[in-house]
Design a protein around this ligand. Structure first.
Ligand SMILES: Nc1ncnc2c1ncn2[C@@H]1O[C@H](COP(=O)(O)OP(=O)(O)O)[C@@H](O)[C@H]1O
Ligand SMILES: [Mg+2]
Length: 212
C-alpha cells in the first residue's frame, strides 16, 4: 500500500498520522518506507529520536522534499511492502508528485470550516489525478476532534459536498499523539490498548478497504 498524507494546511496532522500509520503498517507485517516530503523534516526528527530508543518495527525514513517523489519511487520502494508519504504544507508541486506516487490519498482536516476550506486545493489535485487514474483511492479524515463532541453542521455540510468521501473513523485530540511523536514512538506502541491506537488501526482498516 502507498499512502500519501497531503494537505496544504500546516498542523492538520499529516506527520502525526504518517508516523502512526507507518508503524501500524509495519505491525501488520512487512517493511515500511516513510518518505518525509516536508522541508521541516519532522518525520526525520521523529526517526532520529526513535533510533535512540527501544522501538523496533520495520520503518525506514528518507527525505525527498521536491517534486521527484513519483520518479524516484519505483527504485526507492523496492524491498518495501508499504510506503507512507508525509506531505509538506503549501507546496503544490510536491503534493502533485506525492499523489502520483501513491495509491491511496489521505487528507487530514481539523474540524473547523477554515480547515475544510483549506482542503479544497488538495482535493482539486486529487480530482486532477483521477482524470487519468479514475480508481485512485482518496479520503478525508477528521483529526483533532474534541472527544465527546459532535462535528458542527457547517463542517459536515462542507465535507458532504466534497467529491472525496470522509472516513467514518475520526481521530481525537489526544495528548498521547503529541507525546508519542516527541518520543519517536506511535500510539500503537506507547498505549496499544488506548483509544488513540484503536483510531489509528481503524483508519488503516478503512484505507485498506478503499484500495482493495
Ligand atoms: N490527534 C491529535 N491529538 C493531539 N495533538 C495532535 C493531533 N494531531 C496532531 N497533533 C499535534 O499538532 C501539531 C501538528 O501536527 P502535525 O502532525 O505535525 O501536522 P502537519 O504535519 O500536518 O503540519 C503537532 O504538535 C502534533 O503533535
Ligand atoms: Mg508535518
Amino acid at each position: 500500500m502507498r499512502i500519501a498524507l497531503v494537505t496544504q494546511k500546516g498542523g492538520a496532522g499529516k506527520t502525526t498520522l504518517a508516523t502512526n500509520l507507518a508503524v501500524a503498517l509495519a505491525q501488520d507485517g512487512g517493511k515500511v518506507l516513510l518518505i518525509d516530503a516536508d522541508r521541516q523534516r519532522t518525520a526525520l526528527d521523529w526517526f532520529a529520536v526513535r533510533s535512540e530508543g527501544t522501538y523496533n518495527g520495520e520503518v525506514t525514513v528518507v527525505a525527498i522534499d521536491n517534486d521527484t517523489i513519483h520518479k524516484q519511487i519505483p527504485s526507492l520502494a523496492a524491498g518495501y511492502k508499504h510506503v507512507v508519504i508525509d506531505g509538506p504544507p503549501r507546496a503544490e508541486k510536491v503534493d502533485r508528485s506525492a499523489i502520483m506516487a501513491a495509491d491511496c490519498i489521505l487528507i487530514p482536516v481539523q474540524p473547523s470550516s477554515a480547515d475544510v476550506w483549506a482542503a479544497e486545493t488538495t482535493i482539486k489535485l486529487v480530482e486532477e489525478a483521477r482524470g487519468f487514474r479514475p480508481k485512485l483511492a482518496a479520503s478525508v479524515v477528521v483529526n483533532r476532534k474534541i472527544p465527546n463532541t459532535v462535528l458542527g453542521n457547517a463542517v459536515l455540510d462542507l465535507m458532504r459536498e466534497f467529491p472525496v468521501k470522509t472516513l467514518k473513523t475520526t481521530v481525537g485530540q489526544r495528548v498521547i499523539f503529541a507525546e508519542s511523536l516527541g518520543r519517536g514512538g506511535s500510539v500503537i506502541e506507547d498505549a496499544p490498548a488506548g483509544t488513540a491506537a484503536d483510531e489509528i488501526r481503524d483508519v488503516l482498516k478503512e484505507l485498506q478497504g478503499l484500495t482493495r
